[in-house]
Design a protein around this ligand. Sequence first.
Ligand SMILES: *Cc1c(COP(=O)(O)O)cnc(C)c1O
Length: 360
Amino acid sequence: MASPQPKPGILEISAYVGGKSKAPAGVKPIKLSSNEGALGPSPKAMAAYQAATANLHRYPDGGATAIREAIGQRYGLDPARIVCGAGSDELIALLTKAYAGPGDQVLYSQHGFLMYPIAAKGAGATPVAVPEIHLAADIDGLLAAVTPATRILYLANPNNPTGTLLTKDLVDRLHAGLPAHVLLVLDGAYAEYVDRNDYDPGIELASRADNVVMLRTFSKIHALAALRLGWAYGPPAVIDVLNRLRGPFNVGLPTQAAGVAALDDQPFVDAVKAHNDIWRPWLAAALSKLGLEVVPSVANFLLVRFADAAAASAAYQFLEQRGMIVREMGGYGLADCLRITIGTEDECRAVADGLTAFFA
Ligand SMILES: *Cc1c(COP(=O)(O)O)cnc(C)c1O
């Protein structure tokens, strides 16, 4: 008898590989591979998480009411148009499953987040990567790639792993050029790190358009990656679809509690942003001085280009042996680059010293 076979597309997935976290024995690891919060979570979020342990025997609120209301209040959004997920990863998977299937195409920018093609294949759809210009999404290229089979266009803005940003005008132009049946998903995982008045993470578009969804996460500036909490904001019809498809209790009780507390601790968020505003330019300058090309970033990480893939790989191993774990970029077609998360002051200094020693 033939063994059970998954649906077409599943075995074409190269499983997502997260940032590594192991250092050689006896070396304290410095993990700069997953764009996690440099300063750890808010003490208020930790306390709320701990307090929630008394109720671990209870099912969570399936409607995630308190956290949706807190998000709505924080950003001036209607909570009824918000749905929470176990990380934005879950929402990416659900949106893809809901709107794309066999014979359909899912567009994304060449160096876009790897979860987009993974989700597309998981839904049996065809992921289509559109080349970038100078490591930024190409609006005209994306529009030219739209076909009658296109169902979803994923755009991370700021983008991971490049750290580049599209202005609101450009995103509006992209949306204006899209057929109404294509769902534009704007992934603002790093939105809180941006302070430019020509940027919008998608709030305005997702408020007025029937085919735009914004995704956000608590994994980055709120530093709650372990808890898995993300949210989508969009038109009622799309939110309704997500609510039908998601698991009834997809976000855990301690996660919801910690999320509410994290949103309530704006001074902590401000401190994380202020830290990033100091140490991202510091690290960029230090690495530029070594002759490395540092892609200008608006997020909490830097994409750094080496002479070639061999040099990037050698630098990666040199750092790894000293306990510093950054991210190799071969999976993104950027094998000559490394991505480095902005860590604590000590971690930033350590990685700058490490690369200085590597080139010495
Ligand atoms: C980190 C990241 C996410 C967040 O994923 P979670 O599942 O919420 O942890 C989403 N999109 C991009 C582009 C990211 O870099």
